[in-house]
Write a protein of this length. Structure first.
Length: 333
């Protein structure tokens, strides 16, 4: 990188440190009021002013982070160092967003109107359903153990069935979400208790640890590199194909141009396949360009033919394992 560009990069890094320091100072000042049962008018005004400052600072942080990402691709030649730098930036932005959301929730509670006992007796009873954690309905939800390649699928299912429900309080959503976590994912959020505010913290913590797109993309690429070589058995080839397509579809959903990556992906697949299979479907190495779609179609056709000859009929994709979640008994929300 030319000296002028290097100086610009270093200046942006220093500016990022200052923005992060300012964000933390503003949030800490505002969050010092979280434990208070009542706030004066001046304190409320201070907290609301802090929210405006945090929003402005957060947008400046995101803009600067995008600029730094572009510069890092030129400045840092070591791939591991580059990935660590970019991942750290994504993690800080997500954590800052979580703090911003936490303050927004706190202010929204301050702004809720206080209803007097007399007024409440004159109003008709609410028709909105109420929930208690001891009576939450059972739902068929997927589980998540910390495998980041499964995060997006898990999160979309959870959001569609629970997260996007307008009638379900956040504390109940917290209970559902915690009940579906296993292994590393559960250990990451250990200690959080059910509450409306902690639901936001729970989501942010999970996103920071398992939802960063760069980490998920890297994990899928590593899956391709580590795929176990299949045997000539139709069942083994089908398992290999299903695993391959799972990673490729996931990369496509993350906006990776798979066709453009064909010169890298096709040789990986070729290296895994038995020589007999490779010679039957055509060696793309003899072609002028790599055609991943055509290569995969020929592989699929070969496997289907082998299955028919063997009298087997394997599913085209693995089935997701669902667990019935029964919420544990707790006191009412």
């Amino acid at each position: 990188m030319p000296p002028k560009q290097k100086a610009s990069f270093d200046k942006c890094v220093q500016e990022r440190k200052q923005l992060r320091r300012s964000f933390t100072t503003i949030f800490n000042e505002a969050s010092s009021h979280f434990s208070k049962t009542t706030l004066t008018d001046d304190e409320i005004a201070l907290v609301k002013g802090s929210l405006d400052l945090l929003r402005t600072t957060f947008e400046e942080m995101r803009t600067l982070e995008r600029e730094l990402k572009a510069m890092a691709l030129e400045e840092m030649k070591d791939e591991a160092e580059q990935n660590d730098f970019l991942d750290e930036g994504d993690a800080v932005v997500l954590k800052s967003k979580g703090k911003l959301t936490k303050l927004e929730l706190f202010i929204s509670k301050l702004e809720k109107p206080v209803v007097s006992l007399q007024a409440s007796t004159l109003e008709p009873p609410s028709t909105r359903p109420t929930f208690s954690q001891s009576k939450l309905p059972e739902l068929n939800l997927p589980t998540f153990d910390g495998n980041i390649t499964e995060w997006f699928g898990f999160w979309e299912r959870f959001q569609s069935q629970v997260g996007n429900s307008p009638d379900l309080p956040n504390a109940a959503k917290f209970t559902y979400l915690m009940g579906q976590l296993r292994g590393e994912a559960l250990a990451t959020v250990k200690g959080l208790i059910p509450s409306d505010m902690n639901y936001s913290i729970l989501q942010t913590t999970l996103q920071e640890n398992f939802g960063l797109p760069r980490r998920i993309i890297r994990a899928h690429v590593l899956n391709l590199l580590k795929m176990q070589k299949p045997t000539l058995l139709a069942s083994s080839l089908r398992q290999f194909y299903n695993a391959l397509m799972g990673d490729i579809r996931s990369l496509e959903s993350l906006n990776i141009d798979i066709a453009a990556c064909a010169p890298f992906i096709v040789p990986i697949i070729e290296d895994k396949l038995p020589g007999k299979v490779l010679s039957s479907i055509g060696d793309c190495g003899k072609e002028v360009s790599f055609n991943l779609k055509g290569f995969i179609e020929r592989l699929k056709t070969y496997i289907t033919r082998e299955e028919q000859a063997a009298g087997t009929n394997w599913p085209t994709s693995p089935k997701a394992t669902l667990a019935v979640y029964k919420p544990p008994p707790h006191t009412a929300l």
